[in-house]
Design a protein around this ligand. Structure first.
Ligand SMILES: Cc1ncc(COP(=O)(O)O)c(C=O)c1O
Length: 441
């Protein structure tokens, strides 16, 4: 056996060097049958099932030929593709460190850990976001304090954040909901003044910009989501945590049970070391994603610019349609300083001018067959929060804009992957619903 073959054969995850009797990184290889199951899962039968079955057989033949020619991969986790993805993301975002993870929530968890968040500490989060923005604080018994929203964007209002800082506050987590950036400058000023860590929930905003910088790279940490519903996906789940701070030096063990996989292991003995945090030593969980997910995301990243362009043009079209309609308030679009990703289309109404509120409007849209997304409620309304001892009435009283928006003014419309005809139809039905509500029909 030549040296090169030996090295290949001994490619165990700890890179222990050449071996005559190898310990392979992978248990059972992925074979043609496994691949066929994946292909037929990802591409479902169309109307002509017989033709589909024939096409599938052609794929099987091609895969069999390919597998006779090629050799199976020796790495399925934390290998070259994950690294390639991380390099690509760093250069795309212009940031120093990036770590590919199971999901955005794992990125928040790691960031909260570096911030040294402990039970009893406070985290300021916007009243309306997805629950996982604050899952880690709730899990460990830290206290979530809800900031009210800017009525125009329905994003975290920096002035309310400033009012809600106490001596227990450790973290601010602004959320770029729908792919429109939060006003980050005042948030960073508040953090600087009180020595707080800022974690950007950048789940919706991969590729968006705020004042010439990529959203997600402005706070101390930013975590992006590649869950199946996001603009691009890493095969259903995935997240990328980024930072420009020195905490990035510890991303490797933070993702894999406090073990530094970037280091060579001497004498088959690896050590497990504590992670540093703002509040002392800390242990990590396991949040690593797979090579195949990285391959998928690298491919989708190549299409990101085009996907955002299509979404933006649709949002522009909807704005043109809705602006003349009394009572409808379309969202803000790009400016010199802002580049949104148009993950969701935020539609608000002015109940007085529209002749009814959002609950009635949503019902009218549903009756006409237009999907609208109901899932962003103020978090303090959830039973989980009540069960954990939060007082929903007190929280609601401290967030009047969020309350009003949820009860009376906002919904989200889909933008992609609809056909142009569907977008036009949606615009027409939204306008019809507005006109009928105004006329009381
Ligand atoms: C605003 C927001 N934050 C965080 C997340 C969580 O992302 P992930 O599923 O990658 O953990 C989501 C997912 O839908 C989200 O909408």
């Amino acid at each position: 056996m030549g040296d090169k073959e030996k090295e290949k054969a001994s490619d165990f995850r700890y890179a222990t060097g050449p071996a005559v009797v190898p310990w392979a990184a992978i248990g059972e290889n992925v074979n043609v049958e496994d691949l066929m199951k994946i292909v037929s899962f990802l591409i479902r039968p169309g109307e002509d099932e017989a033709h589909y079955e024939q096409a599938l057989e052609n794929v099987r033949d091609a895969l069999e030929e390919l597998s006779e020619e090629g050799t199976p991969t020796t790495k399925l986790a934390m290998g070259d593709k994950v690294q390639e993805l991380e390099e690509e993301v760093k250069s795309f975002l212009g940031c120093k460190y990036a770590s590919f993870l199971t999901n955005a929530t794992a990125g928040f968890e790691i960031s909260y850990q570096f911030a040294g968040l402990r039970p009893g500490d406070e985290v300021i989060a916007p009243a309306i976001t997805f629950i996982s923005t604050v899952s880690y604080p709730l899990e460990i018994g830290a206290r979530v304090v809800f900031a009210d929203l800017d009525p125009r964007t329905l994003l975290m209002d920096p002035e309310d954040v400033a009012r809600k800082v106490t001596d227990k506050t450790k973290v601010i987590i602004p959320v770029h909901v729908a792919g429109y950036p939060v006003d980050m400058d005042p948030i960073m000023e508040i953090a600087e003044e009180h020595d707080l860590v800022v974690i950007e929930d950048a789940a919706h905003i991969f590729g968006g910009e705020y004042k010439g910088r990529k959203a997600g790279t402005i706070g101390h940490f930013g975590s992006f989501s590649f869950h199946e519903v996001k603009n691009i996906t890493a095969l259903g789940e995935g997240g990328i945590l980024v930072t420009n701070t020195d905490w990035g030096e510890h991303f490797n063990p933070a993702r894999f049970a406090s073990i530094n996989m970037a280091q060579q292991i001497p004498n088959w003995l690896y050590d497990v070391t504590a992670l540093p945090s703002k509040a002392g030593p800390q242990a990590a969980g396991n949040h690593s994603a797979t090579e195949v997910q990285a391959v998928c995301l690298l491919g989708q990243m190549d299409r990101l610019e085009e996907i955002i362009r299509v979404r933006r043009e649709r949002a522009e079209y909807l704005n043109e349609q809705f602006e003349p309609v009394e009572g409808l308030i379309p969202p803000l679009l790009d400016t010199n300083e802002i580049k949104a990703t148009y993950h969701l289309y935020l539609l608000q109404i002015d109940p007085e001018k529209a002749g009814g509120d959002i609950q009635e409007f949503k019902q009218r849209l549903t009756d006409k067959g237009v999907t609208n997304i109901p899932h962003y409620a103020p978090l303090y309304k959830f039973s989980l929060l009540k069960d954990l001892g939060y007082d929903p009435e007190a929280a609601a009283a401290s967030c009047p804009v969020a309350e009003n928006a949820f009860n009376h003014t906002f919904t989200h419309l889909p933008l992609y992957p609809l056909t142009d005809d569907q977008v036009e139809l949606m615009a027409k039905l939204v306008i019809e619903a507005a006109q009928e509500m105004k006329a009381g029909n």
